[in-house]
Design a protein around this ligand. Structure first.
Ligand SMILES: Cc1cc2nc3c(=O)[nH]c(=O)nc-3n(C[C@H](O)[C@H](O)[C@H](O)COP(=O)(O)OP(=O)(O)OC[C@H]3O[C@@H](n4cnc5c(N)ncnc54)[C@H](O)[C@@H]3O)c2cc1C
Ligand SMILES: *[C@@H]1O[C@H](CO)[C@@H](O)[C@H](O)[C@H]1NC(C)=O
Ligand SMILES: *[C@@H]1O[C@H](CO)[C@@H](O)[C@H](O)[C@H]1NC(C)=O
Ligand SMILES: *[C@@H]1O[C@H](CO)[C@@H](O)[C@H](O)[C@H]1NC(C)=O
Ligand SMILES: *[C@@H]1O[C@H](CO)[C@@H](O)[C@H](O)[C@H]1NC(C)=O
Length: 584
């Protein structure tokens, strides 16, 4: 009897503790003791690893390295935990379009005349993206030369912390059924894997629509060995000056806090183990390399970058952005608020995804467009084309909740562009050109992709969410009439899907390249020609992995963190052996 009472109380205690634990965990999510405002940083500090950019790859990498080394993360943005509602699914568009000075989304307009965005917040792209989570394809891993088992373990490490199965409600299910009817088969159910056919993938939104981000991966970090500074904008990587034919070696960085005070961080020891690691994303990583003197020498000299550390004309080359073309479908039925859940992986190299029930606030749309206008003045894009798009705009962009959007993303892509400095301000956008659809194969994929979307819209499975008598072809005209980009519309008498693809091109924000594998970094992600410096983020990709890149980007951070620690253990072991030998 006594024993049973004891058991009873014991169970209650356990229950209270578990409840208390998980309750506190939620409440204090992101209340990291090691996360600080850069204004509190000392003038000079020392760490084993200095990671530039606390983004998608950077957080995974930092959490991993901190298990066996001291780690400093320098993130130019603030904390996503400051405003949790802003990352809820219903605020996706509003947060993305909030491009006010220190917001989480930094607008840029490529020279192609396409609006684009860069993350400026701890967690990087995972804080502002559409949340779809899907692993990379086999070929991508083979080409990168990754170890399969360690890749698997690294994906699982991410998935355990922050990935969910999507709810698959009415609209997403009808979309899935439409894809199957349109021939994107078989039905692969729910899987993280990249398999031909139609499937539901993972999402970083939980069932309550709350977003989980790469910043949550810092829960894996050792709080005693890691420091994360927010509002810490890195201006330059420092290199030892070269004597004779010695290779230049990174030894620290310069960063500025929100009050404009400049700080320095250096590697703790100048041995072969400690390193500076760039994880600033596909725009800032090549830009920062250039601003630090690594890049095309003549271009750097023209902007007064001094000294030029290493002439590598490949820095900033191979910039690519997968083109995205949307079709907007007003619905007679209410739809759930959903971002990407179902995806069609076609055999012709186009990925078909969709969302429903997005809402946009007029005032943010207005401020977004004001931002676009301001930036456009800095690009080569002819301004006379712009004004005619803007006038009728904000009312039309007041997207109602009763609609779906189905998009096609061209895989690869083959079309490539480049990145150049516009000035030496690391907070400013460099000039980026993607050359969308320059390669005819990319264009063919779009044509097939849009044709498939038209079949989905006309399918039986989708019919509930389309007004009777509205044709898929008619819906394309909505997009033609909207200022989805700053490009001219070439309306021809015979409707031409190729022209439609080019005229209405947008971005799916999967831009990559600039510090590509084999051109700027080697297979260990070490920057060619210099020591103690790596780049680990989407700028190293030769193409966009899988249907959507965030899974593989976080996996890469974890994977490389593990590789670096393994190597560190080996080197340390050897050094200890040598010390023992000399002592003997
Ligand atoms: C709107 C949108 C929707 C998307 N939807 C999806 C999706 O549904 N699924 C998917 O898989 N992918 C999606 N993506 C793409 C994906 O989010 C990105 O490819 C990925 O997050 C890039 O990771 P990264 O580590 O290379 O760079 P980032 O995550 O951008 O990290 C770079 C970090 O470096 C910081 N930084 C930059 N410069 C400096 C500096 N000078 N000093 C200090 N810090 C600096 C930045 O603030 C940022 O936090 C989307 C992206 C966007 C923008
Ligand atoms: C965050 O943690 C600190 C100490 O670690 C504590 O004093 C503070 O109350 C916590 N804040 C929240 C919002 O949980
Ligand atoms: C960090 O410091 C800057 C400058 O003092 C300030 O503007 C900003 O609000 C601070 N941020 C936080 C999160 O404390
Ligand atoms: C998937 O489709 C691609 C073409 O895009 C093809 O090369 C590949 O063999 C297909 N895979 C399977 C398992 O059918
Ligand atoms: C835009 O949205 C606002 C707020 O929901 C609404 O009052 C207004 O009628 C909408 N305008 C149009 C043209 O749909």
């Amino acid at each position: 009897m006594d024993f049973h009472i004891f058991r009873f109380f014991h169970l209650i205690l356990v229950a209270v503790f578990i409840f208390h634990d998980s309750w506190c965990y939620c409440d204090e999510a992101g209340n990291y003791s090691f996360m600080k405002n850069a204004t509190s940083a000392p003038t000079l500090s020392h760490f084993d690893y200095i990671i530039i950019g606390g983004g998608t790859a950077g957080c995974a990498l930092a959490a991993t390295l901190s298990r066996d080394a001291t780690v400093l993360v320098l993130e130019r943005g603030g904390s996503p935990y400051d405003n949790p509602a802003a990352t809820d699914i219903g605020n996706f568009a509003n947060t993305l379009l909030d491009v006010t000075p220190n917001s989480w989304s930094q607008l840029f307009v490529s020279e192609d005349g396409v609006y684009n965005s860069r993350a400026r917040v701890l967690g990087g792209g995972t804080v502002i993206n559409a949340g779809f989570y899907s692993r990379g394809e086999e070929d991508f891993m083979k080409e990168a030369g990754w170890d399969r088992e360690e890749v698997e373990a690294a994906y699982e490490w991410v998935e355990k912390k922050m990935v969910f199965e999507p709810p698959a409600k009415g609209w997403q299910s009808a979309f899935r059924d439409g894809l199957l009817e349109a021939g994107v088969s078989p039905n692969n159910g729910f899987t993280f894997g990249h398999i031909n056919g139609t499937k539901f993938g993972g999402t970083i939104f939980d069932r309550d629509g709350h977003r989980h981000t790469a910043a949550n991966l810092l829960e894996y970090a050792n709080p005693n060995t890691i420091v994360v500074y927010l509002h810490a904008s890195v201006h330059k990587i420092l290199f030892t000056t070269t004597k004779g034919n010695q290779r230049p070696k990174a030894y620290g960085v310069i960063f500025e806090d929100a009050s404009g005070v400049v700080h320095k961080a250096e590697l703790a020891t100048q041995d072969s183990m400690n390193e500076v690691i760039l994880s600033a994303g596909a725009i800032a990583s090549p830009q920062l390399l250039m601003l630090s003197g690594v890049g095309p020498a003549a271009h750097l000299k023209a902007y007064g970058v001094n000294p030029v550390i290493l002439d590598n004309p490949m820095v900033g080359q191979g910039m690519a952005d997968n083109p995205m073309n949307p079709v907007f479908i007003p619905s007679p039925e209410p739809v759930e608020v959903s971002l990407v859940q179902a995806v069609g992986i076609t055999k012709f190299g186009s990925y078909i995804e969709g969302g429903s029930g997005l809402s946009l606030s007029i005032s943010l749309t207005r401020s977004f467009l004001d931002g676009v206008l301001k930036l456009v003045k800095k690009t080569k894009f002819p301004t006379h084309l712009i004004s005619k798009f803007f006038e009728p705009l904000d009312l039309r962009l007041n997207v109602t909740a009763k609609a779906g959007v189905i998009i096609q993303k061209t895989d690869g892509p083959f079309s490539r562009g480049h990145l150049e400095l516009r000035n030496t301000d690391p907070n400013d956008n460099p000039s980026v050109t993607f050359n969308y659809y320059q390669d005819p194969e990319d264009l063919n994929k779009c044509v097939e992709g849009i044709s498939t979307i038209m079949k989905v819209i006309e399918s039986k499975g989708y019919s509930k969410y389309k007004y009777d008598g509205v044709s898929a072809r008619g819906l394309l005209d909505i997009i033609l009439a909207l200022p989805t980009n700053l490009r001219a519309r070439h309306i021809t008498s015979a409707f031409d899907l190729k022209q439609y693809c080019k005229d209405t091109v947008m971005t799916i924000y999967h831009y990559h390249g600039g510090c590509q594998l084999g051109k700027v970094v080697d297979n260990d992600y070490k920057v060619l020609g210099v020591d103690a410096l790596r780049v680990i983020d989407g700028s190293t990709f030769l193409k966009s992995p899988g249907t959507n890149p965030q899974a593989t980007t976080m996996m890469l951070g974890r994977y490389m963190g593990q590789k670096i620690l393994q190597k560190r253990t080996i080197i340390r072991g050897k050094e200890e052996e040598e010390t023992v030998k000399t002592e003997l």
